[in-house]
Design a protein around this ligand. Structure first.
Ligand code: GLN
Length: 432
């Protein structure tokens, strides 16, 4: 089914001869480094870039006996919610090929949904695992910040992002998390906590006595069909002995604004390293670069390489992020966004005192038609309203299929406290 365009590079990488993932194929998002295999981040800027080392998660996949099926398509540098900003063309949603698979890990989720891979790795900075899982009708987990090593992940916004699993079932996604989780001496943000859990075993569907908090702010304003499917899924959990309570989290109204200021600021700094001299695109090959041996031409060469190598969404974010961090504006934008982040964290702490897990629709809307989301960036950013608060709060969340609306998949998002992955896995498995 090559026409779905799930992969940027379709190349098998064999792992160890045995292990818990023996015989399983895994699609790996193309912002995760694979030694000897091109890694592009969906960008022209990194066309032809071949990493000299494996990401820690890739090492762990190989050690567990997995076969990597290829490098999965993605929005350029993870910036998008549809996989349409990829330089290598859009990925189609296997459920309805006139629609997007979600993003930015759209290739990963589509590969699993279409059976082109058994499992997949995505990355989630503000929803990029959960959005495509929801739109393609599969399961995705955004782990607690620090549970999974980011060594070898090409950074978009370090303080927000995590690598995580995508699979057809909760148990398989949890089993993959078991392989990925745990400290890494090459990533100082990783921790011991949660490493020795048995996530796959937590997929036992036992929600008797569990309290599920529904933040009203994350349901209001969502598409009618999505809301109906969501409440039917909550009723299903109640039938199995869970109880639901409404909670209020006023801070989440600020989440999209805070997220985009922080993500763009970090991106503007992270992407400064791409200048056409060290990775991928070569400034000397860019048309109009002029004679680079002449003194003083390098600034122009960097500018040309960046103009040629980055797509419009990436450029927009570098410009806005640079602006938000510039002298005189720092307090007005970045400082305010950090304050909002602290408030959001507090709201999650308080709500998770009242309930064991929180639940919301993963996406407030059904999958966009191809081309629809690219028309207006703000509409696209607002579709992240339910997913970005989770990254700002560093907590874990899972998206699990909740049912359908007009024949299209709807995802339910279940959110837990830090290192509460077992709880959300348990609750999610009760919906299968
Ligand atoms: N859609 C969000 C963004 O564009 C999230 C992306 C992600 O999680 N990588 O930033």
């Amino acid at each position: 089914m090559a026409e779905l365009n799930c992969y940027i590079t379709e190349q098998r990488i064999e792992g160890a001869d045995d292990g818990v993932l023996d015989g399983k194929t895994v699609a790996v998002k193309d912002n995760i480094s694979t030694v000897g295999v091109e890694t592009t981040c969906g960008s022209k800027m990194l066309e032809g870039y071949v990493p000299p080392y494996d990401a820690t998660v890739v090492e762990r996949l190989k050690d567990a006996g997995a076969t990597i099926a290829g490098k999965a398509n993605m929005d350029e540098f993870g910036m998008g919610t549809t996989t349409e900003t990829s330089y290598y063309g859009a990925t189609l949603n296997p459920v309805d090929t006139g629609r997007v698979p979600g993003g930015s890990s759209g290739g990963s989720a589509a590969a699993v949904a279409a059976g082109e891979a058994d499992l997949a790795l995505g990355t989630d900075t503000g929803g990029s695992i959960r959005a495509p899982a929801a739109f393609c009708g599969v399961v995705g987990i955004k782990p607690t910040y620090g549970l999974v090593s980011r060594y070898g992940l090409i950074a978009y916004a370090n303080s927000l992002e995590q690598i995580g699993p995508i699979a057809a079932t909760v148990e398989e996604a949890a089993g993959l998390l078991d392989v990925l989780a745990g400290p890494d001496e090459r990533d100082a943000t990783t921790v011991e906590e949660g490493a020795d859990s048995d996530y796959a075993a937590a997929a036992d569907g036992d929600v008797a006595g569990m309290t599920i908090g529904v933040p009203v702010e994350l349901v209001e304003g969502a598409d009618e069909g999505v809301v109906e499917t969501f409440w039917n899924a909550i009723a299903k959990l109640e039938d199995q002995g869970a109880e639901y309570v409404e909670v209020s989290m006023p801070s989440v109204e600020k989440a999209v604004a805070a997220y985009y200021v922080i993500a763009m600021s970090e991106a503007s700094s992270n992407l400064a390293r791409f200048d056409g001299t060290r990775y991928g695109l070569n400034a000397t090959d860019v048309e109009g670069a002029g004679d680079l041996s002449a003194e003083g031409n390098w600034n122009e060469a960097f500018a040309k390489a960046r103009e040629d190598g980055f797509g419009p969404e990436v450029k927009r974010r570098i410009l806005l992020g640079t602006f938000a961090l510039s002298a005189g504006y720092h307090d007005r934008y970045y400082g305010k966004a950090q304050d909002a982040r602290a408030w959001i964290r507090q709201d999650f702490d308080d709500s998770l005192d009242e309930a064991d897990v929180l639940a919301s629709p993963t996406m407030p809307v059904p999958p966009f038609e191809l081309g629809e989301g690219l028309k207006d960036p703000r509409t696209m950013y607002l579709a992240d309203a339910n997913t970005v608060p989770i990254n700002l709060a560093d907590v874990p969340a899972i998206s699990v299929p909740a049912g359908e609306s007009d024949g299209l998949p709807v995802g339910m998002q279940l959110i837990g406290p830090k290192y509460g992955e077992e709880r959300i896995i348990r609750a999610a498995s009760a919906l299968e």
